[in-house]
Design a protein around this ligand. Structure first.
Ligand code: BGC
Length: 346
């Protein structure tokens, strides 16, 4: 069981860096380099291969990624895939904490199929539940994972990017995450100093927490990421892992909903943080469960996607093909054309 804590802190109560009296000094605020703009553009309009390799066992959640899926994703018009992986379930409980070779080559085959189809790839560490509960105890495993991945993928070109950890939360609060992520960056950089790394704020990559996210100022090959599922009662209606979400079933959404203005403000706030910090932004997850009324789902998806694009954020829809948030019917690979248009149309 897992659920997100709804952000109850009103946006304006946070000590935002972007307050009116705290405008960035243009001489000191770094700008996003041409190369990083290019990397963000390369991610562009992407999709999460969710509910597959981040299941405890590959395929256990009813979805096994095949090469044909990557072809279909490319043909549909997406430019990249984010691949959530539960590495922690495939690490040997020995002092070297070696990743199981068979599993690693399985992940290689998915990455290679994506790259062969011209898709950029974001590889992450997903659902490392023990790490959220007890960061001090499990941080060595996270280092062991990234040490191996950084070395293993060193020869891959820069269309492959690493996202250090999905949705830090629980005991991995903002302060702890800042310390852990700076050490993780060092672990990767010792083996691969060029790989583009993606890092998001604590509390499930909550955009309200960007002001508390500390990134090493000298490392300019970082993309900042956040996840967006507001209003949660709409996007997660009927989700089995969210307490009381049954009572949200039937919640609708339209661009006239009061939350539309809030979404706009939230995205403007993220954009402001990004430009003050000189960091490109990736909206790494956003989506609604299939159970939501189709019209509302399409309207929300188009609106959030357009909002991201207006601010120049890359985005990755959550997710491709499961029966939770998916937009492609498997095994026949039939896309929900209206949802596809909401994402990839104008
Ligand atoms: C989680 C999924 C969940 C999705 C939407 C992802 O980060 O890993 O399990 O379905 O968010 O809540």
């Amino acid at each position: 069981m897992r659920y997100r804590i709804l952000s109850l802190v009103p946006l304006l109560a946070l000590p935002l860096l972007g307050g009116a009296n705290d405008l960035p000094d243009e001489r000191t605020s770094p700008s996003v380099s041409v190369e990083m703009r290019e990397a963000t553009r390369r991610i562009g309009r992407s999709i999460n291969l969710g509910n597959a390799l981040e299941a405890p066992v590959d395929g256990e959640w009813g979805l096994t990624i095949r090469k044909s899926h990557l072809v279909s994703i490319r043909d549909a018009g997406f430019t990249a895939v984010r691949i959530p992986v539960r590495w922690s379930a495939h690490v040997r409980r020995t002092p070297r904490q070696q990743i199981d070779e068979k599993f690693l080559s399985r992940v290689d085959s998915v990455i290679d199929a994506a790259l062969e189809n011209g898709l950029a790839v974001i590889l992450n560490v997903h659902h490392f539940e023990e790490m959220y509960r007890d960061p001090a105890r499990h941080e060595p495993t996270l280092h062991a994972i990234w040490r191996q991945l950084a070395a293993h993928y060193k020869t891959y070109d820069d269309r492959l990017m690493f996202e250090l950890l999905n949705e830090p939360h629980d005991r991995l609060d903002a302060q702890t995450w800042n310390a852990v992520s700076s050490r993780l960056i060092r672990t990767v950089r010792e083996r691969d100093c060029n790989r583009i790394l993606i890092i998001g704020p604590a509390r499930w990559n909550d955009p309200d927490l960007f002001p508390s996210l500390e990134l090493p100022p000298e490392d300019r090959r970082l993309i900042a990421t956040f996840h967006y599922y507001s209003p949660f009662e709409f996007t997660h209606q009927g989700a089995s892992w969210v307490d009381d979400s049954e009572q949200w079933i039937g919640t609708k959404w339209s661009t006239n909903s009061p939350s539309a203005a809030q979404i706009k403000r939230d995205f403007a706030q993220v954009a402001q943080w990004g430009s003050q910090q000189g960091r490109p932004i990736l909206l790494g997850e956003f989506g609604t469960r299939r159970q939501a009324d189709a019209r509302s789902r399409i309207a929300w998806t188009r609106y959030v996607r357009q909002m991201a694009e207006e601010h120049g954020f890359a985005w990755a829809y959550w997710e491709f093909g499961s029966d939770e948030f998916g937009i492609c019917e498997l095994p026949g690979l039939r896309w929900d054309e209206k949802m596809r248009a909401a994402l990839l149309g104008h």
